[in-house]
Ligand binder design. Structure first.
Ligand code: SF4
Ligand code: SF4
Ligand code: SF4
Length: 226
């Protein structure tokens, strides 16, 4: 099998993350050839079996490039939160899934290395790979972390989709919500909890606006009316 890593408009941090982990996943990459990766290869080819796409299309040329990638790949993976949800580029940017069918999303800014390994392994052993439909709090709980929200920090873990092993709280920092929200996340309820804890509307709106979340506009409007 072969893979390609493609960049649309973004900081290219996910490509760099991919590059940085080459040694870590060398054994996994033995199963894949890299056909297309502008940062490391001079000659880049299509088609590929698995296309990882970071960033979002910012103009017609990039939309055309994305469509070409889609036509020439078996599996298309949105790599990182920009691509998967609009990420830090929200609310103006539309995620890759707005333009083409996306088979899988690897959330996070940048994506989680462990999750990428899990995904590549799932392809090798032909196992299903799906989105985790629970919160970062669940991972905190499994790791027996103390809760930073209880300690007075504005943490977005309760609405944020798991998969990073609660990276930030495990290192003493509140979750910023970089992976976006999971399917049943109740954003309004979390905003209400934050208000009750004494955070200002502006602080809460800033926290919700940092990364793209489902129902984001609705929650911000609701907060403004209160
Ligand atoms: S998800 Fe984050 S690291 Fe990846 S390209 Fe977007 S801004 Fe950069
Ligand atoms: S620290 Fe944040 S992510 Fe962890 S349990 Fe508390 S609210 Fe949830
Ligand atoms: S804890 Fe939150 S901000 Fe940190 S990596 Fe995970 S989802 Fe992103």
């Amino acid at each position: 099998m072969n893979i390609g890593i493609f960049s649309l408009s973004c900081c290219e941090g996910c490509s760099v993350e991919f590059l940085n982990m080459e040694e870590e996943i060398l054994d996994i990459l033995n199963h894949f050839g890299i056909e297309n990766f502008r940062l490391v290869k001079e000659v880049n080819k299509l088609p590929v079996d698995v296309a990882f796409v970071e960033g979002v299309p910012a103009n017609e040329n990039e939309v055309a490039k994305l469509l070409e990638i889609r036509r020439n790949s078996e599996i298309l993976v949105a790599l990182g939160s920009c691509s998967a949800t609009g990420g830090v580029l929200a609310p103006g940017a539309k995620p890759v899934g707005h333009y083409v069918d996306v088979d899988h999303c690897l959330y996070g800014c940048p994506f989680s290395r462990d999750e990428l390994k899990e995904f590549l392994t799932s392809i090798i052993i032909d196992k299903a790979f799906g989105k985790k439909e629970y919160s970062v709090c669940m991972e905190c709980s499994l790791l027996e972390n103390g809760c930073l929200l209880e300690e007075g920090y504005l943490c977005m873990g309760p609405i944020t989709v798991a998969g990073c092993n609660a990276l930030c709280p495990s290192n003493g920092k509140p979750c910023l919500g970089c992976r976006g929200s999971y399917e049943d996340a109740n954003l309004k309820s979390h905003a209400k909890i934050l208000l009750d804890k004494g955070f200002s509307k502006d602080e809460i709106i800033d926290a919700f606006s940092l990364f793209s979340h489902r129902d984001l506009r609705e929650v911000i409007e609701w907060l403004k009316r209160r």
